[in-house]
Design a protein around this ligand. Sequence first.
Ligand SMILES: O=C[C@H](O)[C@H](O)[C@H](O)COP(=O)(O)O
Length: 232
Amino acid sequence: MDKAQQDALKKAAGIEAAKIVENDMTVGLGTGSTVRFLVDELGRRVQEEGLHFTGVTTSRRTQEQAEGYGIRIVNIDEVDHIDVTIDGADEVDKNFNGIKGGGAALLWEKIVAINSNRIVWIVDQSKVVDVIGAFPLPVEVIPFGVGHVIKKFEAKGYRPTLRMDTDGKPVRTDENDLVVDLHLERIEHPQDLATDLITTVGVVEHGLFLNMVDTVIVGDPNGPCVMTNSNK
Ligand SMILES: O=C[C@H](O)[C@H](O)[C@H](O)COP(=O)(O)O
């Protein structure tokens, strides 16, 4: 699948997910290239159909895009609930375990997700996998002592790399933290790994989102299809 085909599938999933949003809802807006299509469609509905809802964003990037369309964005602490959060993902398996954070937004994404009544992911078909882990697992780490955290990950065989930007500088998250990517190839026991990562001092959050998502809308050449999680 080339990039144009993949973008078409991402766009179709984003447009489908935008139908979930109704007037007066509070909506978590994720981050990434698939979510950009979602926000474009929500912006179109706001401007052409008079849709009105309140958004809580998972990154400054998404906030800027949404506000550019006149979507009302508030801080997460200004709302008492989030009706639905729509976000992208890097991989998801049949047990609804996923990897997120390819765009370094995992921490705010997880905070918004756990405070949402419903979580919807939008992905293209290439992201639905049998076993997660081919996509490098992002881990958000505070800068102080990051070298020691990396050494601990190396000793465990996690094959860590510090994420760099195109200028050769370390990527910084919206919280000014660093991202260490773990090149694991296959994650057979995601819950054990999640526990190990979150109990490592210096780690703020990791990109394993295990059995959190309710619905996955998958962009497929035959039209978007829906995977529903009945085990949550
Ligand atoms: O940090 C970024 C997020 O977790 C994204 O939602 C994820 O990386 C998917 O992004 P994209 O839609 O660009 O593939």
